[in-house]
Structures are given as C-alpha cells and as structure tokens.
Design a protein. Structure first.
Length: 400
C-alpha cells in the first residue's frame, strides 16, 4: 500500500500541534501540578520536529533532518523530566543533560560528515528507544499503588521502545529511513506510529492529571486540612465497615477517644499558630505509635479518635499509654512546652461489645475520656465493662 508521505507528514504535524495545544492548555489550567510544563514543551518540540522533516522533504537540506532529530530527542528528554517531576522523583540533573547533549551532538556530527541517512536512522532509533524505555521504567516503578492511567502510559512508552528497537534492526538491514522519497513500507508505518504515540501519550497525560486531581479531591473530602488525619465523615464510613467485619469474623475491636488537655489555655497562652502546631505534632506522634492498619481521625477541635482493629481492650490500653507518654515526651522537647503547664493528653478506651453499634462504642469511650479528665487528666481510662470483659478473658485463658 502506497502513501503520499508529504500529505501524511502534514496530517501528523497538525495532529501534533493540536496535541501540544492540549498539553499547554492542561498546564495553564493546573500550573501547580509538577511536570505539566515539561509535557507541554515536549509536545511543542514534537510538532516542530515534524515541520522540519516536512521542509527537509521540500528542500532536501540534510541539516534540517539533523535538527529535527535533535529536537525529537530533546522532546523525549523533556517528557521524561516531566514524568519524574509528576511522580515525585528528583528532576533530571544537569550532568545527565550534558551527557545526552554530547551523545546527540556526536551522533549528528558523524551523520553529517558521512552524509548517511542510515547513521541518522540508527542513532535516532537507539536514542528514542532508550529514552522511551527510561520513561516506561519510571512510570511502571512509581510508588504503589500506581494509578491506572500512569500504568497505561508507562506501557505505551514500553511499546514505543520495542518499536524503535525493531526499527534499529530494520535500519541496520538497509530499510529506508523516514523521508519523502520513501513512500512504501516502514517510513509510512513510522509516521502513523508517531501519530498514534502522540495521541496516546497526550491522552495518558490528561488522564494522569485527572487522576491526580481526583485524588486531591478525595483527600480534601476525607482528610482534615490542617493535620492530614482522616476527618469525621471518612471515619464514620470506615468504622461501620470495621464493626461489620469484627462481628462477621468474631474479632475484637477497640476505640481510643483522645482529647488534648487544657488546649484552650494553650491557645490563649501561646497563640493559635502554636495550637495548630500542637495538633499536627499529636497526629505525627500517633502515626509513629499506632499501627498502619489502625484508623486515626480528628473528631473535632482538639478531640481525636482511633479505631484499633483486631485489638482487645487491654492491648488497646497498652497502646494508649504508649501514645500518651510518647506525646508528653515529644511535647516536652519543644519550645511550646514549659515546666508550669506541661502539654498532655487524656484517653478513654472501650472495646466493642456484642451487638453494639459504633455510636454506642464511641459514647462509652467518650464517657471513659471524661473520667480521665475528672481524675486529673494526662491518663488513660478503660471503661468498666471493658475491664470486666478483659478479666473474664484472663480467667478463661488461665482455666484452659
């Protein structure tokens, strides 16, 4: 099947222009997302390279083709740097840019001196395959869980690397490189592949940004904006499911209801900024002490709640004591603490009873919290019924 290569070049170039415009628009709409600016520049580089190839077909001036291939490599480098920034990895160093520049300039100089389309095709294919493989590696080895759009885009680049490796073998065997004088075979295929890659990658970028925005929205809906802990809405959804799982598999479930002592006085004495820092410090301490599977939430103001999965009351009390002491030690080491009024926390503990719902469990833990406040604060109180259940369990274990 024969193709009109100049017409195909114009069509692919225009498609690249529109895709580059979409990337620039995406960047302008969401400038705070890292990497989008690099993606936009990479799209512009691809469109410019195609127009240079088109002019090469008209003028037959070999430096135009060399310049186009150089811009293609620069575009891939920009895309790679953009993907790394997007997934939170360090941007590419100046040294890597220098190394790439030396390699590309040496390849272009060799191709110009030999006036060889074969050398250009081999060098271009090797560089594109290498950079595509590096992009695929970064996307497919990003911190888990890897979002679906990122994973799909990574496989698109992996496929591109395979295609250009095949192109390397084809060029080495004498297949004609892309050019207006080669209307048959691989030249047309590579242009069509370029069109597919541009559309697929641009779509992948848009979907990756959409996934990032959706994740941010979910985080804003489910997390406290100050401390980053789960909010009450998210906790309620998780707690209902945890209670159902506890009943279904007959596993213990305990709750810690926590309140920072004399928080209003701390705010009045040290200021609201210090109070906010104190809340964040408590959340950080809880993250270090509690397990990953435990559910920690800012319930409101200076009140927090933790859902301890597969944990009976006595073990929950041990965890509560560890959290209380860790927070006191951490607070004492900061400028916000002083000898006249140490910063402490009171904790009430309750274990889920038979046929009990989450509201009743939280109410009993809250009652235990008030008992801790009445006993002078800075202590952990286990509800009476939980203590009795724990004693019964100990008796059964000794009897057995």
């Amino acid at each position: 099947m024969r193709f009109d290569i100049p017409t195909l070049l114009v069509a692919v170039a225009l498609a690249n222009v529109f895709c580059a415009g979409a990337r620039f628009l995406l960047w302008r709409m969401h400038p705070a997302i890292p990497g989008l600016g690099r993606w936009a520049l990479a799209g512009g580089a691809g469109a410019l390279a195609l127009f240079l190839i088109l002019f090469y077909g008209i003028k037959h001036w070999s430096p135009l083709l060399s310049l186009a291939q150089l811009i293609v490599v620069i575009g891939l480098f920009l895309a790679w740097d953009g993907f790394r920034r997007f997934i939170g990895r360090p941007p590419l160093s100046s040294l890597s840019l220098v190394v790439l520049a030396v390699i590309v300039l040496a390849w272009i100089a060799t191709a110009q001196l030999q006036d060889s389309l074969l050398v250009r095709a081999l060098g271009n294919s090797i560089l594109v395959a290498t950079l595509s493989g590096l992009i695929a590696r970064d996307l497919l080895t990003a911190p888990k869980p890897i979002p679906l759009a990122m994973r799909a885009t990574g496989w698109v680049y992996a496929l591109n690397a395979m295609v250009f490796l095949i192109r390397t073998v084809g060029a080495d065997q004498g297949a004609p490189p892309v050019g207006p004088l080669n209307p048959d075979g691989f030249a047309a295929f590579m242009l069509l592949w370029w069109l597919c890659m541009t559309i697929a990658v641009t779509l992948g970028m848009v979907l990756m940004a959409a996934e990032r925005l959706q994740a941010d929205l979910d985080s804003q809906a489910n997390r406290d904006p100050l401390t980053g802990a789960l909010n009450r809405r998210a906790f309620s959804l998780i707690a209902e499911n945890a209670v159902a799982q506890s009943r279904r598999y007959d596993r213990p479930l305990s709750v810690l209801m926590m309140d920072l002592d004399n928080f209003k006085q701390i705010n009045d004495r040290l200021g609201h900024n210090a109070g906010d820092a104190l809340l964040c410090r408590f959340v950080a301490t809880a993250g270090q002490v509690l397990r990953d599977e435990d559910v920690f939430c800012r319930f409101g103001g200076e009140e927090f709640v933790a859902l301890l999965l597969n944990t009976p009351a006595e073990q929950a009390r041990v965890a509560a004591e560890r959290l209380r002491t860790s927070f006191v030690i951490e607070s004492a080491a900061t400028e916000a603490a002083d000898d006249t009024q140490p910063i402490t926390v009171s904790i009430g503990i309750a274990e889920l009873g038979q046929d009990e719902d989450i509201e009743s469990l939280l109410h009993r833990a809250d009652t235990a919290l008030y008992q801790a406040k009445d006993k002078g604060r800075n202590c952990c109180i286990l509800t009476e019924d939980a203590r009795k259940n724990s004693n019964k369990t100990d008796v059964k274990q000794k009897a057995s």
